[in-house]
Design a protein around this ligand. Sequence first.
Ligand code: MG
Length: 210
Amino acid sequence: MAIEAVLVDLDETLYQAGDAIIRTVDRRITAFIAQHTGMPWRSADRLRVELWAEFGTTARGLNYLFDISERDVNRFAVDAVDPTRHVKPDPALAHHLGRIPTPLYVFTNATRRYAERVLETLGVRRHFRRIFAIEFSLYNPKPSPIYYERVARELALPPQCIALVDDTPPNLEPGLAMGMRCVCVGDRGSVAPGVTRVPSFAAVPDALGF
Ligand SMILES: [Mg+2]
């Protein structure tokens, strides 16, 4: 079946978020936890990491444990970060995206506002038909199959016609199980048989046969 839509992860797939942004978001999430629980900083920081590992996002874990709204966590920790200070326009990325003739969609666990700002700063917003962000997942972040199924339904396409590009191997697994064509960007972790591995986004159009 021909590919009719390409879902592309944002952080570390389209651009290197870099330690500065990640550290800033992490620090703000830890501050949020410390504020809301009264925990000392180090315990709050440890809880942040544990919840991220167990729930996919720390916000989801905080919602589960403390009934804190994931929207509030994201507003405080993610939307408050200004990615334009850390991201530069990337004409080469725009060129590679331009080589993909099928509609492109961002598929991220980040917030919509954050994704919009990163794409605008990279200078590639116009290449994407739409952004699927954490709000669209109803706070069921990747790798929750709920998010993938919701997106496939919204696109009204069989998963076999959808390609999925991500730098985090576990985020490819639900797509692979549904029948999506999966490409892993970078060398993190190990990938399941059936996933194509490429060194950077530059190699994605070729890997998808465009
Ligand atoms: Mg990523």
